[in-house]
Design a protein around this ligand. Structure first.
Ligand SMILES: [Fe+2]
Length: 281
């Protein structure tokens, strides 16, 4: 196609797609190009702005490595990760709601017995919590043998891989549900933390005029063969930022009450939270 115009450029790119590419490639690229072109036409992107955007992406790449993926943070800040998660995990049968995995998950967390403390350090200033509940299926039957993988930030707002002062795998653990579906562990009452804002994600937050903070939460990944794995977070009902989470991941069904614990638990608070898994597709 010659004599490309503002109106015909989109069709020209669509026609340039190879005949033999997979159907999904065609679907993704056709919609992507249409939306990007419409965006540029709608807001009249200038050449200077296009170069700024390209430089922004270059800086995001420069600061990324095996431990830090700036593009996940950017997707989070723009609400894209939580949108994709909701599209991928529509609630169909009363199962627990999912939310974003986030960038701080690590595989192979220590396997711990029921009720164990996930903290490998003493934090005398920080309130503690006994977290317990049951894992059930959508018919209400207990699920035995589910792996309950949990992780949280330390009182300084850092996950252990961000902080050389913390032991390896601090505040992480994997538990197994019992015959009644029960699980339990001891943890710290989670504190809010800012997502890393010293790189391109921080630039974007400032461009948006938004803060980097997330409400206090504990991450969960619950899995058992035969069931759809549940990746979610439980939020402290009293934490700030529930209504303006930097990554838009809070859902009402995931907010839990940290209640004063009975003395025999040995923690300051107790949190009861049940999870419902649905059968794998
Ligand atoms: Fe987190």
């Amino acid at each position: 196609m010659r004599n490309i115009t503002i109106e015909t450029i989109t069709e020209a790119v669509e026609r340039a797609l190879g005949e033999d590419i997979p159907a999904r490639n065609r679907e993704l690229l056709t919609a992507l190009v249409r939306h990007i072109h419409d965006f540029a036409r709608e807001v009249r992107v200038s050449h200077g702005e296009l170069l700024q955007a390209c430089e922004f992406l270059r800086r995001a790449g420069d600061i990324s490595d095996e431990k830090r993926n700036e593009f996940i943070l950017i997707a989070d800040i723009l609400g894209l990760e939580v949108l994709v998660d909701m599209l991928d995990h529509k609630v169909v049968d009363g199962e627990s709601e999912s939310t974003v995995l986030g960038p701080f998950y690590r595989e192979q967390a220590p396997v711990l017995p029921t009720g164990a403390d996930i903290s490998q350090k003493s934090y005398p200033e920080q309130a503690t919590v006994y977290v317990h509940g049951a894992v059930r299926d959508t018919d209400g039957r207990p699920i035995e043998g589910a792996v309950v993988d949990v992780w949280e930030d330390a009182p300084n707002g850092l996950y252990e891989q961000q902080d050389p002062e913390q032991p390896d795998y601090n505040l992480r653990g994997r538990f197994t549900s019992d015959a009644e579906g029960g699980y339990a562990f001891r943890a710290l009452r989670p504190v809010p933390y800012p997502i890393p804002y010293d790189g391109a994600a921080g630039e974007l937050l400032r461009y948006m005029g938004h803060h980097p903070w997330r409400p206090g939460h504990i991450h969960f990944k619950i899995s058992k063969p035969g069931y759809q794995a549940l990746i979610t977070q439980i939020y402290d009902a009293e934490t700030p930022y529930l209504d303006n989470d930097a990554v838009f991941a809070v859902k009402e069904s995931l907010v839990g009450d940290f209640l004063p614990a009975p003395p025999e638990l040995g923690t300051d608070f107790a949190l009861t939270f049940d999870f419902i898994l649905r059968p794998a597709a």
